[in-house]
Design a protein around this ligand. Structure first.
Ligand SMILES: C[S@@+](CC[C@H](N)C(=O)[O-])C[C@H]1O[C@@H](n2cnc3c(N)ncnc32)[C@H](O)[C@@H]1O
Length: 357
């Protein structure tokens, strides 16, 4: 039996981006070079080009056609290891507008928000698009990811990063410019969304529209940087009703040094990235059964000031403004990688060895 050419179950039609993850290096591929000191350099292969360091260069032509996992010689004689970056490497080295969700948190979001193939998922904000890529991989070509971003410059960087990673505009991805509170109700019908992922300063301001869009039983997961944000999400949801009790956690990942008898934790680690909190949407008109356990003594005592009533500013929550000049440069770099898949002038923000959480 012959399958139609557009049948996505046909092994000859790989899922979007899968063919770029395999096989020998091709022109346009991003390649991660590790130098003898363990430093990472990300380049995009282009025939005839060279990657320069202060001691000499590596020729792109020596890599094009070579298998992934190759050692290439630098003009100084040093060996450089060449590997295709994994998604977790890519998001840490790609051009960034906003702070990205780290791979350890992206993995937990996909698992604990139960992002499944074919799901309809809403995400806000898009930022640099790092989390979007994990979500797109999880929903697959037959799912839907509706991402909302209120800043046009960030949305442009994210879309260029996605195009560079998947090699094309991912068919499941729609990026909508605007505030989630305004745009979600006009984009997704009530009860039509399976999962919502919020990575923004004030997710509590979006709970009403998210609750409306989510199907009964749907999952909301919020990624927040501070305890005040965490508390505000939880208390706003409790006050509103229609949600399960929030479940919150943080995760610390400690890398290990592995060398002969020197097997020990790395000296440095990312002590804090963010907190995750999940809630599930109840059916219309249903409120969660009263908790059997009473709140801890003093939890809502006379010293308790409901954080939901406090005014806040982005600076209060630790947000640092990014200069327009830097953003223009980042957007230019992201566009160059996506369009040509053939420029090696991208500023390398790759982490030092052992730094990736
Ligand atoms: C930390 S970034 C998101 C990073 C992204 N998850 C990633 O991994 O690259 C937060 C983004 O949310 C956007 N944002 C904040 N509030 C928003 C809202 N109400 N609607 C849409 N976007 C919003 C901001 O402009 C910012 O780009």
């Amino acid at each position: 039996m012959t399958l139609p050419a557009d049948d996505l179950t046909d092994p000859a039609t790989p899922p979007t981006g899968a063919d770029l993850r395999r096989g020998p290096f091709r022109a346009g591929d991003r390649v991660q070079l590790t130098d003898p000191k363990g430093r990472l350099h990300t380049i995009t292969l282009e025939p005839g080009k060279t990657f320069h360091t202060h001691r000499g260069h590596v020729r792109h032509d020596d890599l094009i056609g070579a298998p992934d996992g190759t050692v290439v010689q630098h003009s100084s004689g040093a060996d450089y290891l060449a590997l295709r970056p994994l998604l977790s490497d890519y998001v840490l080295s790609m051009p960034r507008g906003a702070q990205v969700v780290y791979p350890k948190d992206a993995g937990q979001i996909v698992t604990y928000a139960d992002i499944f193939p074919g799901a309809t998922v809403v995400e806000a904000g898009v930022g640099s698009g790092a989390l979007s890529m994990s979500l797109l991989r999880a929903v697959g070509d037959q799912g839907r990811l509706y991402s909302f971003e209120r800043r046009a410059d960030f949305a442009e960087i994210a879309q260029a990063n996605g195009r560079a990673f998947f090699g094309t505009d991912h068919p499941a991805w729609t990026v909508t410019l605007g505030d989630l509170v305004e745009m979600l109700p006009v984009t997704c019908a009530p009860g039509s969304v399976d999962r919502v992922v919020l990575d923004m300063l004030a997710p509590w301001e979006c709970l009403d529209v998210v609750g409306e869009a989510l199907a009964p039983g749907g999952v909301l997961i919020c990624y927040v940087a501070t305890t005040t944000q965490l508390s505000r999400v939880a208390e706003t949801a409790r006050r509103a009703g229609g949600w399960t009790e929030p479940v919150a956690w943080e995760s610390l990942v400690r890398g290990w040094h592995l060398e002969g008898l020197s097997v020990r934790p790395e000296h440095r680690m990312h002590g804090h990235t963010g907190f995750l909190v999940t809630l599930r949407r109840l059916a219309p008109g249903v409120d969660a059964p009263l908790r059997k356990k009473r709140p801890a003594p003093g939890a809502y005592g006379e010293d308790y000031t409901p954080v939901v009533e406090e005014e806040w500013s982005p600076e209060d929550l630790g947000e640092r403004p990014v200069s327009d000049k830097r953003l223009r440069r980042t957007a230019r770099d992201a566009r160059a990688t996506a369009d040509a898949r053939g420029s090696d002038g991208i500023p390398d923000e790759a982490p030092e060895e052992g730094e990736q959480p």
